[in-house]
Design a protein around this ligand. Structure first.
Ligand code: PEP
Ligand code: MG
Length: 364
């Protein structure tokens, strides 16, 4: 199975097997070389600090992520406990899961996203009416509002876990201020309830939003009033910006992180957050592709979260770059009119400048 290309080779002959064996060796030594370059905090050549976190789904993944250089967990997807089983997870189970993550992190921060089910992630325990457009229907925070008991149980588990280490709560697919207010009311009521019960927890757990809908991306300045931080989910934000289902390969040709429209959307969201003095990170797949690191940092992002395996290459790019050159590339990219032109500029440049970090998909 070739995860780079998304291909399965059925009954590979000897020639193909030996090509893939050589490829695996090359990938392994490349990862080792990159890993040895940067294990601690990451800064650019001119001293700009960039936090690099990991996207995880289970406590057992923390040790491996730290080993690859993660400084925090920037996105913990909590869906795993809800999928592939006939019953819902209890408050205690979710509490234990979150505590296990924080303990394994030894004082580093973890950002837990509340459940993002619906769309392509369907639980067995609850029936979700798909509607004719499941990705535009009952998913993520919308599902949470429709099922307040499930939401409250998870929030209780997360607030209780906050006694075990620095924890943040992140809401998925929020479309605007009204949904943010509703989610905050749910948090406030859980805080009151736990306080009445005499439970030890952090009343000031930072609450943040995923920026995954164009409506949220266009209003980060307003959302900042009720949100301590933002995290851009480029996987969904691209899908909704281009009206192109992220699961449908027939429309995959529309999926372009470097499209001028998407760059403008990112810029607006980042500028809005910065003007309101709120940190904004990127945790979609775009954050883990070293080809895009200059664009994101040049737009002003100072925190990235990604699949652990991507961390060594992205850290190596950051450590070999200067702020002014990244901002120059962004200024040139923003002046272009098609995704083809931007891709030629950015990918061409990044491949020449960072051949080791960008080796991968085409390297067969
Ligand atoms: C995203 O949409 O970019 C994201 C990080 O969330 P997920 O991939 O889990 O939908
Ligand atoms: Mg998403």
């Amino acid at each position: 199975m070739d995860g780079w290309r998304g291909e399965v080779v059925v009954r590979p002959d000897r020639d193909i097997i030996s090509k893939y064996q050589a490829r695996r060796l090359r990938d392994g030594s490349r990862l080792q070389a990159l890993k040895s370059r940067n294990t601690g905090r990451t800064t650019t050549l001119d001293g700009v600090r960039v936090e690099v976190g990991a996207n995880l789904e289970a406590p057992s993944e923390v040790a491996g992520a730290l080993e690859l250089g993660a400084e925090s967990v920037g996105l913990f997807r909590t869906e795993l406990l809800y999928l592939d089983r006939p019953e819902l997870p209890s408050e205690e189970e979710q509490f234990q899961d979150a505590v296990a993550v924080l303990q394994a992190l030894g004082g580093r921060q973890a950002t837990f996203r509340t459940l993002d089910i619906g769309g392509e992630k369907l639980p067995l325990a609850v029936a979700i009416r798909g509607g004719s457009n499941p990705s535009l229907g009952m998913r993520a925070i919308r599902f949470a509002f429709r099922h307040p008991d499930i939401f409250r149980t998870q929030l209780r588990a997360l607030y209780r876990a906050s006694a075990a280490g620095p924890l943040r709560i992140l809401f998925p697919l929020v479309s605007g201020v009204s949904e943010l207010d509703e989610a905050r009311r749910a948090c406030a009521s859980v805080v009151d309830e736990l306080a009445r019960e005499g439970v030890t927890f952090d009343r000031e757990v930072p609450i943040g939003l995923m920026i995954e809908t164009p409506s949220a991306a266009l209003t980060t300045d307003h959302l900042a009033q009720g949100s301590s931080f933002f995290s851009i989910g480029t996987n969904d934000l691209i899908q909704y910006a281009f009206a192109a289902d992220r699961e449908n390969e027939d429309v995959a040709y529309l999926y372009h992180p470097l499209h001028p429209a998407f760059l403008r959307l990112l810029k607006g969201a980042i500028d809005g957050a910065k003007a309101a003095d709120r940190p904004i990170s990127v945790c979609g797949d775009m954050a883990g592709d070293p080809a895009f690191t200059w664009i994101l940092l040049g737009l002003g992002v100072r925190s990235l979260s990604m699949a652990p395996r991507s961390i060594p290459a992205v850290k190596s790019v950051i450590a070999g770059s200067r702020r002014d050159e990244m901002e120059d590339l962004v200024a040139k990219a923003l002046a272009l009119r098609s995704e083809i032109e931007v891709e030629e500029l950015v990918l061409g440049f990044m491949r020449r400048r960072f051949p080791l970090e960008l080796a991968g998909a085409d390297d067969m």
